[in-house]
Ligand binder design. Structure first.
Ligand code: SF4
Ligand code: SF4
Ligand code: SF4
Length: 323
């Protein structure tokens, strides 16, 4: 197996064993890399292997549908009036972009490889940034980063204000109106909904299982393991195929790392981009910006208080419902 953290190795021993393999198999790794490289779980996606079958997209929906929104209609009047309704509940079968009901989709790129026109397919979902602006800048503390690097949005706390979407370099979180806490406490204000995105199947990982999209892939496109190992594997693969890496440094580094046989600038031109269709262009480190850092420092304590208040509110509400 060498330095590979294969699907089988992950399944057999879970994250703890995978992390152990990483530390043991890379001499000096602990001293050479930051703490995130040891504790955060990353995935490597080998674009050249993907056949665009969509099994990963189907598996994501099957596994995570229970987390999808179930909005109450009619929606309360939006205030201010310019606040837009974002309703995907009648379009749950849309799979050609990210939506609150579709956390993974397949992008297509027609590119020239050695003089031959080749169709590449690229699974896209949250990049799971090492230092995620969506988490650091959420005013309500609804977006969280787990110790293993996974970022997720707590639907019990989120008010749908879309700050996470605004600060995300890839426009990942998507809003659904008519669901969540705002209905009870601020029916006409706040963000009018909840934000949704890939949570990297955090609950499956906690149970020692693979994320559904990785498990379902017939081509083993994805590999999961400690970030230090995944970055090493990405470089090895890139050397082998004379390819390119995306995610090692973008937005300061992400835990979704792509290797492509063609430059990402070329892929970015070839893919369809827009709302819910993330780019593959350069992305500078948003959290390194002095203003952003200052904003995060101001928000952190407020978010903590807001999250605590909302938890108490939720607890009280549920207790009343049970009584
Ligand atoms: S299941 Fe695997 S091969 Fe099929 S689209 Fe997804 S990543 Fe590509
Ligand atoms: S890609 Fe966007 S939503 Fe995902 S962790 Fe990074 S900032 Fe957050
Ligand atoms: S990791 Fe889980 S939630 Fe994220 S895209 Fe894959 S199956 Fe969906």
């Amino acid at each position: 197996m060498g330095q590979d953290i294969s699907r089988r190795a992950f399944l057999k021993g879970g994250f703890a064993a995978a992390a152990g393999v990483a530390a043991g198999s890379i001499p000096g790794a602990a001293a050479a890399v930051g703490p995130e490289e040891q504790t955060q779980l990353a995935t490597l996606l080998d674009i050249s292997k993907c056949i665009g079958c969509g099994a990963c997209v189907e598996a994501c929906t099957e596994t995570n549908a229970r987390k999808y929104p179930n909005p109450k209609k009619p929606f309360p009047k939006m205030v201010p009036a310019r606040a837009r309704v974002s309703d995907w509940s009648d379009k749950q079968d849309v799979t050609e972009r990210l939506t609150p009901y579709n956390w993974l989709y397949i992008q297509h790129a027609s590119v020239d490889i050695n003089g031959e026109e080749t169709e590449l397919t690229i699974p896209r979902r949250c990049m799971h940034c090492v230092n995620p602006p969506c988490v650091k800048l959420c005013p309500w503390g609804a977006a969280k980063q787990l110790e293993n690097g996974i970022s997720r949005i707590d639907p019990e706390i989120c008010l749908g204000g879309s700050k996470c979407n605004a600060v995300c370099p890839w426009d990942i979180p998507q809003r659904q109106t008519g669901v969540g806490l705002y209905l009870d406490i601020l029916p006409n204000f706040a963000g009018n909904g909840v934000m949704f995105k890939c949570d990297r199947c955090y609950d499956q990982i906690e149970a020692g299982q693979l994320p559904a999209c990785i498990e379902a892939c017939p081509e083993d496109v994805q590999t999961i393991g400690p970030r230090a190992d995944i970055i090493k594997q990405a470089h090895k693969l890139a050397r082998e195929i004379n390819g390119y890496i995306y995610g090692e440094t973008e937005n300061g580094g992400t835990n979704t790392v792509y290797v492509s046989p063609v430059p990402f600038e070329e892929l970015d031109v070839a893919i369809e981009k827009g709302k819910g269709k993330p780019h593959l262009a350069a992305a500078s480190d948003r959290m390194a910006d002095a203003n952003t850092l200052a904003a995060a420092m101001v928000i952190a304590p407020l978010a903590g208080i807001a999250a605590a208040a909302r938890k108490i509110y939720n607890y009280t509400r549920k207790s009343k419902e049970r009584a």
